[in-house]
Design a protein around this ligand. Structure first.
Ligand SMILES: NC(=O)c1ccc[n+]([C@@H]2O[C@H](COP(=O)([O-])OP(=O)(O)OC[C@H]3O[C@@H](n4cnc5c(N)ncnc54)[C@H](O)[C@@H]3O)[C@@H](O)[C@H]2O)c1
Ligand SMILES: O=P(O)(O)OC[C@@H](O)[C@@H](O)[C@H](O)[C@H](O)CO
Length: 488
């Protein structure tokens, strides 16, 4: 069977290269590159995307072997109806391998049409690396690469303000635009690029913060044979996402002229302040994902859909959202309720297998970022503990023991975190350590939580009780114990 590329499929329309994209991953392809395709189809945007890989190069080679083409499956509810559609995305013109073709990257910086710079380099990507140098081909970090690109552009146009860029980072961190600008300026100083360049960064360039929302489980490993047979070609870059999408971009109003999303049907908003959108999305959607993962996985389930449809866990998750997350948020209760219902419906998407194990990547820092603020707000507001969130935290500690029954769990987190838990559980399992000591050790670790959680009244005792029940009777029984009786 032939591979998807321009010879076997069709040559994509040649369009000016207006967007540089840091990230070849599933999410950006199913979200940004799809949106660019919609803009090209429905407006006079007429632009294509050049992709560079923030780390490594092997995926860029794969992208070029397919001439930037890939198949996107969008599956889920749209306007109240189930929709299962697929399309070939043609908006990527090429990928540049920064290790072998760095000159192409420098040349691109000098092209007049280039205007937008988009990134998704995970929560770990927007960092300063003092070892990076301008002479590196390429600098290691994403902001190092970006600063070099902006400097080549500044030089190519002799500092002309008309040739600045609009940066729209998609990393799920607070104030991603501001953070990115800060690190770029740090490099500009570190590399002594001069005041003129620094002024040009301020005056000619715009750094927008943005918030993204679309569930993208990625490559359809489970159904690849079936999908390949139906398509009639091989596609190593196939990607599956839900129908729902939201992109909130915090930036000046004039961006609407350059990114003409109005009237396209895209749920892309250009706003003055994205804080309310970010807080509710991260706390409700990501918070529920992260909180359900250790509970459901240890219960014996594998996917989000199974969890929210499960007789007992479905109730647990809904109550966790409705009674513990939502009441801590500012905003109209009706709007928050509508949003959380929509999220739970999206989790029930029958087309999408979203594996709990894939969500479990870096669960400790995710719990700290997505659920701990809720837990603290709840305690401050009610002077009681949110029992479901605390149960989730207890399951999380047990999850990091690395066993579901007799099966090993493929834990994915920083090696130091894994070693920390391994050492504690080793001692607890050998009875050298009481469970309460393990709990105190974990909750007191400021490197995990940026604070000492043992100071929260009653938390050590509640987590210890849960953990003893989980260890002795399993999650199912421990959950019943939590509710006092069996939950319906
Ligand atoms: N998949 C989703 O449903 C979804 C939805 C919204 C947001 N996100 C966010 O996207 C990220 C994952 O992206 P994906 O789902 O496309 O996964 P992916 O593995 O396909 O892509 C990850 C990308 O991040 C880059 N990367 C990883 N670590 C990096 C580092 N330390 N420095 C620089 N670059 C790095 C990789 O090179 C790759 O381009 C997560 O941070 C997640 O929060 C994902
Ligand atoms: O992608 P992660 O690993 O940071 O988090 C897992 C999910 O919570 C996340 O991917 C959501 O599906 C996404 O944020 C929805 O927009």
């Amino acid at each position: 069977m032939q591979r998807l590329n321009k010879h076997n499929y069709k040559q994509a329309a040649v369009r000016p290269e207006k967007i540089l994209q840091f990230g070849e991953g599933n999410f950006l392809r199913a979200f940004v590159d799809w949106q660019v395709q919609v803009l090209n189809e429905k407006t006079d945007f007429n632009g294509s995307v050049v992709v560079v890989q923030p780390r490594g190069s092997e995926k860029i080679e794969r992208l070029n072997q397919q001439d930037g083409l890939f198949t996107l499956f969008l599956q889920g509810m749209k306007d109240g109806k189930p929709v299962d559609e697929h399309m070939v995305i043609e908006s990527i013109s090429r990928g540049i391998n920064l290790f072998t073709n760095y000159e192409q990257y420098k040349e691109l910086a000098g092209k007049q049409d280039m205007r937008f710079i988009i990134s998704n380099t995970t929560e770990a990507g927007i960092v300063f690396d003092p070892e990076d140098r301008l002479e590196d081909r390429p600098p290691r970090s994403f902001p190092g690469k970006l600063t070099a690109f902006l400097y080549y552009r500044f030089q190519a146009f002799s500092g002309d303000d008309s040739y600045g860029c609009i940066m729209i980072p998609c990393e799920l961190i607070e104030n991603n635009g501001e953070k990115l600008k800060e690190v770029v300026l740090q490099y500009a100083n570190h590399w002594n690029l001069g005041d003129e360049f620094i002024n040009w960064i301020h005056d000619a360039n715009t750094f927008c913060s943005s918030l993204v929302d679309r569930i993208v489980p990625g490559f359809p490993l489970d159904s690849i044979d079936e999908k390949t047979a139906a398509l009639g070609y091989k596609d190593e870059l196939m990607v599956v996402g839900e129908q729902y999408h939201l992109w909130v971009i915090e930036g000046p109003d004039w961006i609407k002229d350059e990114l003409p999303v109005a009237g396209t049907g895209l749920n892309t908003l250009i706003v003055d302040d994205l804080t309310p959108y970010r807080v509710r999305k991260v706390r409700i959607l990501n918070g529920a994902h992260t909180a359900m993962t250790p509970v459901s996985y240890l219960y014996g389930l594998d996917t989000v859909e199974e969890s929210v449809k499960h007789q007992e866990l479905g109730v647990f998750i809904k109550e966790l959202v409705d009674h513990e997350i939502v009441p801590t948020l500012d905003g109209s209760p009706e709007e928050l309720a509508a949003f959380s219902n929509e999220v739970l419906n999206r989790f029930m998407n029958p087309y999408i297998k979203h594996y709990l194990l894939s969500i479990s990547l870096n669960s400790i820092s995710k719990f700290a970022a997505r659920n701990l603020p809720t837990l603290l707000d709840y305690v401050n507001q009610t002077a009681t503990l949110p029992k479901r969130l605390v149960f989730s935290l207890s399951c999380l500690l047990y999850f990091y023991r690395g066993k579901r029954g007799n099966q090993d769990i493929q834990l994915q987190d920083n090696p130091e975190i894994l070693q920390f838990f391994q050492a504690l559980w080793g001692k607890a399992d050998q009875h050298e350590f009481h469970i309460e000591d393990l709990v105190k050790n974990v909750l007191a670790n400021k490197q995990l939580w940026a604070m000492d959680l043992t100071s929260i009244p009653g938390l050590v005792s509640a987590v210890t009780t849960n953990l003893l029940n989980i260890k002795q009777f399993g999650v199912k029984e421990a959950l019943k114990e939590l509710y006092g009786t069996s939950i319906k």
